[in-house]
Design a binder for this molecule. Structure first.
Ligand code: PRT
Ligand code: ZN
Length: 285
């Protein structure tokens, strides 16, 4: 069977989580020391380790079939590749920042200014959309120091906690895009490779769902069951098991991580007691 070639980051913020995700999909890799190309042990795939910036080009050229990387890099490279799954890690935003003592009243602030960035393409598009003419100065690393050394009046960079900006005397003034790790694929995969990819996506879906859901068990008086079922409908419908104590039941269901605490509050108000919340390993519909 033809092997699907998956490009992931060799070393950096994405590598460990990318490997972890593949592992959760049942793909283990035989080499410990990361050669450039490693065969998957129990699934028809090969793992290609690259710098994240090289992944879009390799996929567009057909050297790799799919890849895991930040959405920001996908957009910046502008290659003919498509996002097939959002992976929920390496979340960050791409923002404009200016010296803290400056007043920012809107994007027009940037008119005629010089902006340092490693992401000229995304920035140019944003400026065009806002009819701002600015001088984009591309630098590869340490963008955040550009204003303090007099290189630029603003920066456009990746922000996560914001502490890098803060410690360089900058403030975030506009979020241009939000990003997370995504899986991408190229066009023109063979039918056989598409089949392997379908299998992989099926597994990925089960893993992603499991990560964003929790199994919940609770006890409730029978008269509050209707209300509780309304709050947590579950995958199909919740399992209700009578307790040894007359008039009480146990409810088992699945709830989403999103709004998790609000749902827990609602359940308690409805009369639920003894709540247990358990992580789910895989979720297959
Ligand atoms: O060597 P290679 O080219 O493969 O790696 P790289 O150095 O280009 O990338 P890497 O590993 O640093 O990041 C890979 C991807 O992780 C990025 O493309 C983003 O999609 C995502 N990501 C998520 C981040 C961050 N969070 C992040 N905080 N990438 C970089 N940062 C840096 C940012 O550049 C800034 O210097 O962290 C600093 C900001 O962090 P805070 O927390 O101080 O705001
Ligand atoms: Zn990179």
């Amino acid at each position: 069977m033809e092997k699907l070639r998956i490009a992931i980051q060799k070393s950096g913020r994405l590598s460990e989580k990318s490997m972890g995700l593949l592992k959760d999909c049942g793909i283990s890799v035989s080499n410990g020391n990361r050669t450039l190309l490693a065969p998957g042990k129990n699934f028809p795939v090969e793992i290609l380790y690259l710098r994240d910036d090289d992944i879009p080009g390799y996929i567009a050229d057909g050297v790799a079939d799919v890849g895991i990387l930040g959405e920001n890099v996908v957009l910046e490279k502008g290659e003919d590749i498509s996002v097939i799954s959002r992976l929920g890690f390496a979340r960050c935003r791409m923002s404009l920042a200016i010296p803290r003592d400056q007043e920012y009243k809107g994007v027009q602030y940037l008119q005629g200014k010089r902006i340092a960035t490693s992401y000229p393409r995304i920035l140019q598009q944003f400026l065009d959309e806002n009819n701002v003419q600015a001088d984009i100065h591309e630098i590869l690393g340490s963008v955040e120091i550009a204003p303090s050394i007099g290189l630029s009046g603003a920066v456009f960079d990746i922000v996560s906690t914001g502490s890098t900006l803060l410690s360089n005397g900058l403030k975030e003034v506009d979020v241009v895009m939000k990003s997370e790790a995504v899986m991408v694929k190229g066009s023109g995969l063979s039918q056989e490779k598409e089949q392997v990819l379908d299998k992989l996506l099926f597994r990925l879906n089960a893993v992603m769902k499991a990560r964003t859901n929790r199994y919940v068990l609770l006890n409730a008086p029978d008269e509050s069951l209707d209300e509780i079922i309304r709050i947590i409908p579950g995958m199909k419908s919740p399992t209700i098991v009578p307790l040894a104590e007359e008039g009480w039941s146990a409810v088992h269901s699945v709830i989403s991580e999103e709004g998790f605490w609000e749902v827990i509050d609602e359940l308690r108000e409805a009369g639920a007691q003894g709540l247990l919340v358990i992580p789910i390993e895989k979720m297959v519909n």
